[in-house]
Structures are given as C-alpha cells and as structure tokens.
Design a protein around this ligand. Structure first.
Ligand code: 5RP
Length: 284
C-alpha cells in the first residue's frame, strides 16, 4: 500500500479538500500506486461517431473491468453504460461545438445537479489557451470549480489544443498551470519533449491523452515516457479502443502505469493477451 499522499506530491492540495472530494479523486487516482488508467470515450461530443465508438456500449463493456474511470458525456453514459457498473465516472460537461466549427467556442452543457444525479466522481471541461474563446473557457472552468466543489465533485481541466497551437513544453506548461491556478483538481494534457517541466510546474496531478492512433508499441512508449517524466497516468481513448485488440491494449497500458513495466515488456503482454480467444475485435 502506498503510504504517501494520495494525489499530490505534497499534502497541501489534500489538506484543503473535503472528505467527499478526496474520496472521489482517490477512486480515480488509485491510492495503492498513486496512478490512474482513465478510459476516454467522450470523442463523439464534437466528432460524432468516431471510428471504434460507433456503438459505444459494444466498445465500452469489455474494457470496463480494466479501466480506473470512464470519461464520457451524459448521453453515452445513460445509453451505453449499465448503472450497476462499479466504475468512477468523469463526466464531460463542456461542448456546443463540432469539428465543423470553431472548437474553442465551447460552453458548459451539463449542470452540476445532473452530475450529482449521475453520481459522478469528476466533471471534465476543455480550456483553449491562445484560441479565440480562451477567456470564456477559462471563466467556465472557474465557474465549474465553484459549483463542483460545493458538491465535493472533482474537476478535470482538459488542455485542448487549437489548430494553430504547438504542443510544446512551453505551451502545455502554460495551459496546465493556468488550469491548476483556476482550481482544477487534475489536468489532462499531451506528452511532449521536456514533459518534466509541464508536470513539474503544475501543482495538481497531470494525466496524458493518447492522441491519434499509433502502433501499439509507440502508444506504450508514450505512456511509459509520460509516467517516467511525472504524469500520474493516462486518460487514453483511440490508442485503446481503436487497437485491433482493445482489451489486450488496456491491460498493457495498466502494466506500464500501475506495475511500472517497461514499454517493451508491456508490449509482450499485449501480444500474449491479443492471442487469447475473444480479445481481438472485428476491424472498425
Ligand atoms: C477530447 C478529449 C479526448 O477524450 C482525448 O482526446 C483523449 O482521447 P485520445 O487518447 O483519443 O486522444 O478530451 O478533447
């Protein structure tokens, strides 16, 4: 059992948290390793029926036993996740745009009362630093923190990257730090060269997105590098559910994040699990 602070590098963050908030966050970031494998399946909120998520229930169900939390919208939660499922929910509550419009023009789509009704552990909202609607998304984050903290619900800020932004350490450090300053309890960002600066200057836990589908070995390398340089885990979507063997892939990601296995060893596990009957999905 890990004996240090549950979610921070020091006790300051936890000392200022209510029991309920700590409890919810510790359901996502596992106390025994201090890390998390979040499964992101919220892509449809602006991308529509993303490859691999055409039938969300079919994609999600086999992965549920291996995910530490599920990040999704209320629509997919209600229609595609059994209410009996024992998994912390990270509810995406920002949206209002599509791939055809200005992505930064998001607002809050889902009330905090709805989040309570859905018994979520955390709510998630994107911020768009340097984009046309930067200010609105930052004020939305601040409002969400005010409302969510009243209910002991954690807030995940997603540092979404606009079309013209470079995903480098300077930009991502800026975005993560601003999210934490405005009160986010954890932050989702991208891995980049110099990631230790991003994680090291953000006073709350940082997790990384997987990004576009890459070969499984590359995605495992990404996860390994991220945790090595300070990420507390992943909030990964496409590199899991678009894999030809999603169940094998999420198990391999868990091996990197929770068991601290090297990427090569985790890849061997992926190949072994992939060979098992039923672990390979039909082509998407
Ligand atoms: C979109 C999101 C997605 O959940 C995020 O991109 C994670 O998924 P992936 O690993 O596929 O990049 O937050 O803003």
């Amino acid at each position: 059992m890990r004996t240090g602070p549950l979610i921070g590098k020091n006790n300051d963050l936890e000392a200022n948290m209510d029991w309920g908030l700590k409890n919810r966050l510790s359901r996502i970031i596992k106390p025994d390793t201090g890390r998390t494998v979040m499964l992101a399946v919220d892509h449809g909120y602006f991308l529509g029926p993303t490859s691999g998520l055409e039938k969300p229930r079919k994609t999600i169900e086999p992965l549920l036993p291996y995910a530490d939390s599920l990040m999704l919208t209320r629509g997919v939660l209600r229609t595609s996740v059994p209410p009996e499922a024992d998994i912390p929910i990270v509810l995406r509550v920002s949206g209002g745009t599509s791939i055809l419009s200005e992505l930064s023009n998001e607002g809050i789509t889902t009330s905090i009362e709805e989040a309570v009704r859905l018994n979520v552990a955390a709510v998630a909202l994107s911020i768009f630093i340097g984009a046309p609607h930067e200010k609105e998304t930052l004020l939305s984050l601040s409002r969400l923190v005010n409302e969510a903290e009243e209910c002991g619900i954690a807030v995940l800020a997603v540092t979404a990257v606009g079309k013209d932004m470079v995903r480098d350490a300077r930009y991502l450090s800026l975005a993560c730090r601003i999210a934490a300053e405005l009160g986010a309890h954890f932050v989702k960002t991208y891995y980049c060269d110099g990631f230790e600066e991003v994680a090291g200057t953000c006073p709350v836990p940082v997790v990384i997105a997987g990004g576009k589908k890459t070969p499984e070995k590359e995605a495992l390398d990404l996860a390994w590098n991220a945790v090595k340089h300070g990420a507390r885990g992943v909030d990964m979507g496409r590199n899991i559910f678009q894999s030809e063997a999603p169940v094998a892939m999420i198990q391999a990601v868990r091996a990197v994040v929770h068991e601290r296995k090297a990427a090569a060893e985790a890849y061997d596990l992926f190949l072994k699990e992939k060979r098992k009957k039923g672990n390979k999905t039909e082509a998407h």
